[in-house]
Design a protein around this ligand. Structure first.
Ligand code: GTR
Length: 348
């Protein structure tokens, strides 16, 4: 089948397999594309999922990617962004993406950990020295290697976005040493890596969707969680958990993925446009991210949250060390860690 025919067939089977009703297709704009195909070359509107609201850096970068894509394709390729978790929690939207029910999705690496082991490597505690190190490594061969590893799971890794450094916040007390975490219940992403990390540090991990964290903090179901400045701020978690302790234990990036089903319906030229547009949205995302991080930090500090540096970060590094041996299992994983570590020399 030539790619155009494959594309049209793909649209129809996508609708049938995914069990979309005609009303749902119309609502998402997919039907418009299918129907207009009779009259002229059909355009494609990629259904795109994002947990964060539409003015969050990742959402704005996706919007920028859509703008670039439309320009490069003379309006034939575009995306519709469903921001603010409209399509569901990250774990669920990711599953839908692997089956072709969602075309593009911006997710944290956490929910990908159970799908592709290589993603665990980027989430290893204290792997990256800082955000600059992470960006450098993701722009180079290590980043490409992890993106390509997603191919065998029905996903095309388009690019990495930022997620800053994750630190702990809680309702009880400042965390200065790992011992301060003892007995506290921390929400973690649905990822075994994060569960192990909290256990090694001495806390009690509770996997939970991000959307449930605020309420769970307020109701005392959990004592704390961990995240970067923008997410701690955006979710209003800082209003419920007044201690933010700068452990900076994970500096994993986020990733923009496309459903392989949809990718395979594109011509090589269209694939290149999608890839290029995603890549070109990255510098824009980074500028927004840096500004948002500063803005969030300023607002959080002004709100009366008690922010502290930890006494000795090395104590956390050492406690978390068993997580490394647990997740570096193959020679390829070891090589990836070594390559990333070496790249850190210029980013101390
Ligand atoms: C945020 C990230 C979200 C989500 C979240 C979490 O930093 O942007 O995609 O994965 O962390 O903790 O669940």
């Amino acid at each position: 089948m030539r790619y155009r025919e494959k594309k049209m067939a793909g649209f129809l089977t996508l609708g049938q397999q995914g069990g979309f009703s005609r009303r749902q297709l119309l609502a998402t704009g997919l039907a418009a594309t299918v129907l207009s195909g009779c009259a002229k070359e059909p355009g494609m509107v990629f259904r795109t999922a994002e947990f964060h609201p539409k003015d969050y850096p990742t959402s704005m970068a996706i919007t920028e990617m859509g703008r670039l894509m439309e320009g490069y394709s003379d309006g034939k390729l575009s995306l519709k962004l469903y921001a603010g978790s409209q399509l569901g929690a990250e774990r669920d939207t990711l599953e839908m993406t692997t089956f072709g029910g969602i075309d593009i999705n911006r997710v944290s690496l956490g929910p990908l950990n159970s799908i592709e082991p290589m993603t665990n490597i980027l989430g290893l505690p204290f792997l990256f020295n800082n955000v600059a190190h992470m960006r450098y490594a993701m722009d180079g061969a290590p980043g490409q290697q992890v993106l390509r590893a997603l191919d065998s799971h029905g996903l095309i890794g388009l690019c990495f976005y930022d997620s800053g450094a994750r630190s702990f916040y809680n309702t009880k007390r400042p965390i200065r040493t790992p011992d301060d975490m003892a007995g506290m219940k921390f929400r973690v992403q649905n990822s075994d890596l994060y569960v192990s990390l909290i256990q090694e540090l001495g806390g009690n991990p509770t996997p939970m969707a991000l959307g449930e964290v605020y309420q769970s903090l307020v109701q005392g179901v959990i004592d704390g969680a961990e995240n970067n400045w923008p997410s701690y701020y955006e979710g209003r978690h800082f209003e419920a958990a007044k201690y933010y302790s700068l452990t900076r234990h994970v500096i994993a990036p986020e990733v923009l993925v496309m459903s392989k089903q949809r990718w395979d319906m594109l011509s090589p030229a269209e694939q290149e446009i999608v890839q290029k547009s995603a890549r070109e949205s990255v510098p824009y995302m980074r500028t927004l991210w840096d500004a948002k991080t500063l803005e969030a930090e300023k607002a959080i500090r002004a709100s009366g949250v008690q922010v502290n540096e930890v006494d000795d970060q090395q104590a956390f590094v050492e406690r978390a060390q068993p997580v490394w041996s647990q997740y570096i299992r193959t020679a390829a994983e070891r090589n990836l860690v070594d390559a990333i570590t070496e790249m850190g020399a210029g980013h101390a």
